[in-house]
Design a protein around this ligand. Sequence first.
Ligand SMILES: Cc1cc2nc3c(=O)[nH]c(=O)nc-3n(C[C@H](O)[C@H](O)[C@H](O)COP(=O)(O)OP(=O)(O)OC[C@H]3O[C@@H](n4cnc5c(N)ncnc54)[C@H](O)[C@@H]3O)c2cc1C
Length: 308
Amino acid sequence: MLGPVFLAAARSSGIRRVVSAAPVTRAMVDRFVAGEELADCLAVVSALEQRGLRVTVDHLGEDTRDKQEAQRNRDAYLALAEALAGTGMGERAELSVKLSAFGQALPGGHDIALANVSEVVEAAAAAGTAVTLDMEDHTTVDSTLAIHAELRKRFPETGAVLQSYLFRSEDDCRALAEGGARVRLVKGAYDEPASVAFRDKREVDRAFVRCLKLLMAGEGYPMVGSHDPRMVAIAQELARRADRKPGEYEFQMLFGIREAEQQRLVAEGHRMRVYVPYGTDWYGYFMRRLAERPANVAFFLRSLVTNG
Ligand SMILES: Cc1cc2nc3c(=O)[nH]c(=O)nc-3n(C[C@H](O)[C@H](O)[C@H](O)COP(=O)(O)OP(=O)(O)OC[C@H]3O[C@@H](n4cnc5c(N)ncnc54)[C@H](O)[C@@H]3O)c2cc1C
């Protein structure tokens, strides 16, 4: 039951200072994050490409506190889009963004985030690729889906993320599947209240399957964002029933997690895209990865005690 504690800690600046300064943290961060600089990330992207993997790159940043920081995040993405254009990977290297990094939580944040992300989506299109809007906590879903709908008027390939733990997501899946959208389905990584989300893992899994059925049977492009072998197997079966060929949906997993499984899916002829985060603002992302798996939490706490 340490998961929720780590998710709360992900938003605490005091704990952030302690965790960031702990010597053991760096080695664990390196498992999940592809370095701090753009050059580090490009080296990882190139290595993944050589192994037949696609990527979606995330310049780490979230919960931006002022407009200037939002603009710096936007500029980092513009540089990233330009660098990805240089790789010639086209849609095999796309971008993932968190709208809170672009100012969504500031006063008037919806419009600020829309203006910032629009520039990034245009730059991605010029690089022959697309952007997927990550989904953050439940208070942001309406704004994020409205921005997604707005962006799709000019850039229909812009992707959205839906989280199966939210009660509302089945309806959102239905709407986006009917609208032909690219949708990454995930279980959900934030600590949500029981008033809006399933808290029981089996319920979240069952909802994932219901959502997947809607996406696979729909008109859009499903992106199956899970490391869970059961969800991967069910996705393959649902794709077969919907008569979808391997290029008509894809699997996605996070950098550093279940790499052998990623490779196995590529060898079977599936599209497999790795979510590659890089940058200095890794704290929130790292804490969510720890919270997802009790073994990660236990290992981290043991290392802190032994080394600290
Ligand atoms: C490509 C991608 C993008 C994502 N984008 C978002 C997003 O925008 N918003 C959002 O809320 N969430 C996002 N997530 C996270 C997601 O919501 C889940 O928290 C995460 O994927 C764990 O769920 P799971 O489906 O892998 O299944 P689980 O049942 O949690 O895990 C299945 C198995 O995967 C392995 N595993 C899972 N997580 C870890 C880990 N951290 N460390 C080591 N092994 C692990 C373990 O072997 C575990 O038994 C994303 C996930 C992926 C793969």
